[in-house]
Ligand binder design. Structure first.
Ligand code: 13P
Length: 225
């Protein structure tokens, strides 16, 4: 299983440093490969310092769809790769809703991430109002991604993010089969209120890992066991 921690806009410098040092102590070298931390861009220097020479992977929560230019405030995917990032989250519902990211922008970002030898982690998922047509929502969010490789896709129903509500096993399985049909080359994760109490109920055949928000903020709750 792969465990991806999305810190969102959380962690202090000192808190993040303590987290990374304690994670290194707690996880064996072999298992380090299964963990990916998605940190705020201002902490990339710390990620580089703490994770270089280890088997841990890390990445960003967003990037721009060009490598350089007059784009004040944006982050270059090329520079992210240079710093040591190997994954970038794209299409998180918070970015779609709060920052107006369109499908076209998300697809362009995924292309440039792959061109820079990193793996995009695409978030897809329906809102509560869209629940009855979740298949169509997922299919439209996955349009154009069938030739993106490598690719990870996280099924994150918007209603499950930070709410403590989780889909039942059947709901996850049907979402994962829509995803696998649209993008068979992808590695598929589930995200939304994942923690050590519930993760076992979410396991199913196609599921290869979890995208974890709140529970990824401290090491004890991030290590699901
Ligand atoms: P929570 O685990 O806090 O529900 O967040 C999920 C998420 O948005 C991860 O990207």
């Amino acid at each position: 299983m792969i465990y991806v921690g999305n810190w969102k806009m959380n962690q202090s410098f000192e808190g993040a440093q303590k987290f990374l040092q304690s994670l290194k102590k707690r996880v064996s070298e072999e298992k380090q490969k299964s963990y990916i931390i998605l940190s705020p861009a201002v902490l990339f220097g710390l990620m580089k310092d703490e994770f270089s020479g280890t088997n841990f992977n890390w990445g960003g929560q967003n990037c721009f769809y060009k490598n350089e230019g007059p784009y004040t405030g944006e982050n270059s995917p090329q520079l992210m790769y240079e710093m040591g990032a190997r994954y970038v989250l794209v299409g998180h519902s918070e970015r779609r809703l709060l920052f107006g990211e369109t499908h076209e922008m998300i697809l362009e970002k995924a292309h440039i991430i792959v061109q820079n030898k990193m793996t995009p982690i695409l978030c897809v998922g329906e809102s509560l109002e869209q629940r009855s047509q979740f298949q169509n929502v997922l299919k439209s969010q996955l349009t154009g991604f069938s030739n993106i490789s490598p690719l990870m896709v996280a099924y994150e129903p918007v209603w499950a993010i930070g709410s403590g509500k989780i889909p039942n096993n059947l709901q996850i399985q049907s979402a994962l089969s829509v995803i696998k049909e649209a993008v068979p080359q992808s590695t598929v994760l589930y995200g939304g209120s994942v923690n050590s109490q519930v993760f076992r109920t979410l396991l199913c055949k196609e599921l290869e890992g979890f995208l974890i928000g709140k529970a990824s903020l401290n090491v004890d709750s991030f290590i699901l066991e």
